[in-house]
Design a protein around this ligand. Sequence first.
Ligand code: SPV
Ligand code: MG
Length: 430
Amino acid sequence: MKQKKIVYVGLAADILHEGHINILKIAKKLGDVTVGLLTDQAIASYKKIPVLNFNQRKVVLKHIKFVKKIIPQHTLDYRHNLKLLRPDFVVHGDDWKTGVQKKTRNQVISTLKKWGGKLIEPKYTKNISSTSIKSKLAELTPSSRVTTLRRILESKKLVRVLECHSPLSGLIAENTKIEKKGRVEEFEAMWSSSLTDSSVKGKPDNQALDFSSRFYSLGDLLDVTTKPLIFDGDNGGRLEHLPFTIRTLERLGVSAIIIEDKIGLKKNSLFADQSGSRQDTVKHFCKKIELIKKTRNSKDFLIGARVESFILGKGLNDAINRAKSYSKSGADLILIHSKEKTPKEIFSFAKIFKKTKEFKPLICVPSTYSSTKESELIKNGFKIVIYANHMLRAAYPGMKSAAEVILRNKRAYELEKRISSVKEIINLIK
Ligand code: SPV
Ligand code: MG
């Protein structure tokens, strides 16, 4: 009997639509179809993580009559699976001739050539894609947003978080993308910073702005965005109030809270003078962590414990001991803070903490050591990087110099070239 041809189709198959069915139908006519189902990690390398995880997507595909077999495709790059299978055909919509996947397409063509395989490219089904369906469904519920940070953590090497102090800056975090070396780079999550929330309201970062006011603004930000948000909870406030804070955050759809181990009148950690700032006892701070753990509705609402030992000149041993205790008490993430010009101290911390059984994913906030590249952070064991104040620091000089230009020229004409047109602003929000 004539052997059936081998046909390979790489798919993310997050939300199956007629475009997928069209491709699979054509593939089936050519032979036995093996789907290389992209893993969550592979998808996360070029776009948002899928709504359905790998196993959920696999179950759906398994029941499509055109599919004979499903294997995981661990990278966007097809070559590994192609060499394994040596298919006679690869079928893919012709949309990948341009854009992020162009390089992958060229690799597929040259790999298939080695054994005389052929790439078949049916015309892309217009006006339909999982991405466009997902944006129509963007009405995500708060509880579905809460869960996304944990899933992103499982799929990304480094989770980039951008400070957002307003709905407009949230839209920037939501929509800003660049393409570099065939990869789309974007932010995975937002940071609600006590420093920038306070500054926007013209108040110092010492909890003069209370949680209720911050929650109110947070609602506006969450209204127009879909990415997960990490909340800077200062020291969490009084134990007696903490359960209410956690319930509100979860109800709003926040994915994580980070609390810092300081007590007394709050002072921003980047101030040179930390006199008067005290570190909490390990025992009392652990109580807060345990209480959040007990209060949260979902395990996907993550607890971040922020170690301030370096900020207060306490040194490495203190930082490690505290991180270990916080982790044992239930912290899901550890933020090791520093206001040094280099990441030396946080890297020494990571090196030791990584080897302990209490290890949890590490967060850093490179405000003072901003010359450190993300690749170095990854190499040194960091999983989340928070760009904690940069949106506001970028907006402020722009607004200030605009005010000065008007005063200097006694008109706004000189500003026109340096600012957005009214049309641009009107069209910004559709
Ligand atoms: C914030 O952004 O408010 C923070 C980080 O807590 S830092 O300002 O570095 O303390
Ligand atoms: Mg803060």
